[in-house]
Design a binder for this molecule. Structure first.
Ligand code: CP
Ligand code: NVA
Length: 302
């Protein structure tokens, strides 16, 4: 099976991956060596920059006794016109799984259609599901309830992180408020998908109302990789959405602040919040490693 979108897994499977990630993390922290993926190889294709995704997947494979191969699209045969289907066919017949970070989501589905091995999204313009595994693991560790809790996401509510977060949090039993300018509303398809899991899901331009009762406040860049927009107009559109101390004060007193990173201090988040006591962004980034391990073991053990 592939993991290209949050909805590729069920809420029960999400729970299994999170439990496995937490178990592997605890074992790793206690010094145990877990070569669960010995002799397994992961191909990692990148058409966009990355720091956390590349390093977390490669380190996960190393620590689990396997191996990862980095492929930059610009120096692979796709740059000369080979189709993503044929790339998937060739790579997937040699490696045990493929992880890819690409522009259009259709590239992932084409790659997966050709590949006999599972394909994992390392981010596309539509979703960033692996990020959300690490995010849910982090929220759990902060003793915040997943089921019955509330996450408020502020900013570009139509981007990849927002889409995956919306669905992932709803699957985990959380209420979700998405707060942003009307032109950055999530699609009806994503809102309806999230609502199908039975929690309260809303999109609002009213930050104060949306943040009320939030256990988690989350933001992401206002301009995603590959977005074509004039920076000045983006800044003026989103400035009221900056997560700063005043905005944080509308959430629960003990709310945590999260960001998938990389962050732009002074834009979507003020430095005082990003570096402040409510911020868990360091723990969140390090959990990419443990969540990737949980996902890889869950997928490849099947
Ligand atoms: N959060 C995230 O995916 O980071 P990178 O772009 O550094 O991989
Ligand atoms: N929305 C961001 C996430 C980066 C990890 C982007 O796509 O650039």
């Amino acid at each position: 099976m592939d993991f290209l979108k949050m909805s590729d897994i069920t809420p029960v499977q999400l729970g299994e991956i999170l439990a496995l990630s937490a178990k592997l993390k605890a074992e790793y922290k206690s010094g145990a060596i877990n070569h669960l993926l010995e002799h397994k190889t992961l191909a990692m294709i990148f058409s966009k920059p990355s720091t956390r995704t590349r390093v977390s997947f490669e380190t996960a494979m190393t620590q689990l006794g396997g191996h990862a191969i980095f492929l930059d699209t610009s120096v692979s045969q796709v740059s000369r016109g080979e189709t993503w289907h044929d790339t998937g066919l060739a790579l997937g017949s040699m490696v045990d799984a493929i992880m890819a970070r690409v522009h259009a989501h259709s590239v992932l589905t084409e790659l997966a259609a050709g590949s006999p091995a599972p394909v994992i999204s390392g981010l596309s313009a539509l979703e960033h599901p692996c990020q959300i595994l690490a995010d849910l693991l982090t929220i759990q560790e902060c003793a915040k309830p997943l089921s019955g809790g509330k996450l408020a996401y502020v900013g570009d509510c139509a981007n990849n992180v927002a889409n995956s977060l919306l669905v992932g949090c709803a699957m985990a039993g959380m209420d979700v408020s998405l707060i942003g300018p009307a032109s950055k509303k999530p699609s009806e398809e994503y809102l309806n998908l999230a609502r199908s899991f039975g929690t309260r899901v809303e999109f609002t331009a009213d930050a104060k109302a949306g943040l009320a009762g939030a256990d988690v406040v989350y933001t992401d860049t206002w301009l995603s990789m590959g977005d074509q927009a004039d920076e000045k107009s983006v800044l003026s559109l989103f400035l009221p959405c900056q997560v700063n101390a005043k905005l944080m004060s509308h959430a629960k007193k003990d709310a945590i602040f999260m960001h998938c990173l990389p962050a732009h201090r002074g834009q979507e988040v003020s430095a005082e919040v990003l570096d402040g006591p409510q911020s868990v962004v360091g723990q969140q980034a390090s959990n990419r490693l443990h969540a990737q391990k949980g996902l890889l073991v869950w997928l490849l053990a099947k």
